[in-house]
Design a protein around this ligand. Structure first.
Ligand SMILES: Cc1cc2nc3c(=O)[nH]c(=O)nc-3n(C[C@H](O)[C@H](O)[C@H](O)COP(=O)(O)OP(=O)(O)OC[C@H]3O[C@@H](n4cnc5c(N)ncnc54)[C@H](O)[C@@H]3O)c2cc1C
Length: 340
């Protein structure tokens, strides 16, 4: 591999790209700050956030409360919207100035786009779409866990020579840390050397999707092929429990729903307190997206369905028999009207 623009000897710290959209930090960025804190503790490694945008300085404290020691803020009207060329240029400059050992980004659409571009510019390696991170015991090298070949292989990938060691990580893999508002950190404003001609892409309109973020749901009711496209009871139960609705890939492939709430290897990773999984077989590619739930209740007509291996409570029955009395019981417990 080509030599990176700086080497391991000059590099230090775990840096996180703090992705924001419309003045709000992405949950995955805070998850990464929390994970970095966990990796760094006891090793004396500083955690530094990199924040870009227009009038976004206030968000720095959020990252500090989550565990960052320092946040470098590039604030400029030209950074109001994400653009590959503008953001890649500014982040690359900040990285070359600070020389982090590790650089983590969320595997969001923008994070994936930015990470690839920066890795090429810095001539370093990028482990994309990680489902876990750790530091190698002796060397302290970053090890990224990646699932491959439809879940048949788990690869542990490291980048021993080039710096920074880069990884994108899927949302929901790590928990969002509890904020500590009293935590103190340093905020460094970085001068932005960017002009309009550096940005070839012009954002004409910013359209925000209407879908909910199931990675943050505390209660999730999920359905698969077993619902036969009828989500009425699943929606009702989720609503009664103040939860969200998710699904396996089959409902997407069948055209019953969009990809917005798809759980699994190529969908979202969730970590609700309670997941009620209805009419889903529990193929590995689905289960990886829900196995971090505190409690899993599975409803399936097939007693041999693999989902029962991951479930805490197993109900072998037709979901259309189980859900109506369950809904009635929840209504009763909530005082007769569902109480939302
Ligand atoms: C590379 C790759 C990536 C993939 N990524 C994903 C992913 O991210 N997410 C994902 O979900 N899948 C993914 N898949 C597909 C995955 O392998 C499974 O095919 C899919 O999860 C199956 O969905 P399902 O359980 O809804 O359907 P099925 O496997 O058909 O299972 C339906 C289940 O419903 C039960 N059932 C039927 N009727 C009822 C009823 N009335 N009441 C109760 N139970 C009933 C059946 O017993 C059965 O267990 C991926 C596959 C590949 C190869």
């Amino acid at each position: 591999m080509t030599k990176s623009l700086y080497g391991a000897k000059e590099a230090s710290g775990i840096w996180i790209y703090l992705e924001q959209s419309q003045g709000q930090l992405e949950g995955v960025s805070l998850e990464l700050v929390g994970k970095a804190r966990e990796l760094a503790d006891g090793r004396g490694i500083p955690i530094v956030g990199v924040l870009l945008g227009d009038q976004v300085g206030d968000l720095a404290q959020e990252a500090i409360a989550a565990g960052a020691d320092e946040v470098r803020v590039a604030d400029d009207p030209l950074l109001r919207q994400y653009t590959t060329d503008g953001y890649a240029r500014v982040v690359t400059e900040i990285i070359l100035e600070g020389k982090p050992d590790i650089l983590l980004l969320g595997a969001t659409p923008d994070g994936r786009d930015l990470a690839g571009r920066i890795a090429v510019r810095l001539r370093t390696g990028l482990t994309a779409d990680c489902t876990d991170l750790k530091l190698e015991e002796k060397s302290g090298l970053l090890i990224g866990e990646v699932w491959g070949f439809g879940g048949g292989v788990i690869a542990y990938i490291k980048c021993p020579d080039n710096r920074p060691q880069m990884a994108t990580v899927r949302a929901g893999v790590f928990a969002v840390p509890k904020p500590d508002a009293a935590r103190k950190g340093k905020v460094v404003n970085v001068p932005v050397k960017l002009s309009e001609k550096d940005i070839k892409v012009q954002v004409l309109e910013h359209v925000v999707g209407g879908g909910v973020d199931i990675t943050r749901a505390e209660v999730l009711v999920a359905a698969g092929r077993g619902c036969q496209g009828d989500f009425t009871l699943v929606n009702e139960l989720a609503s009664l429990l103040d939860g969200e609705v998710g699904w396996s890939r089959v409902p997407v492939d069948e055209g019953w729903v969009s990809r917005d709430g798809m759980i699994g290897q190529t969908g979202y990773t969730t970590r609700p307190k309670l997941a009620i999984v209805c009419g889903i077989s529990g193929a590995f590619q689905f289960t990886v997206g829900v196995e971090k739930a505190e409690t899993i209740v599975a409803i399936n007509i097939d007693a041999e369905a693999p989902i029962f291996e991951a479930a805490d409570y197993c109900i072998v029955d037709d979901m259309f028999n189980v859900l109506p009395p369950l809904i009635e019981a929840v209504k009763k417990a909530r005082g007769g009207n569902g109480g939302r």
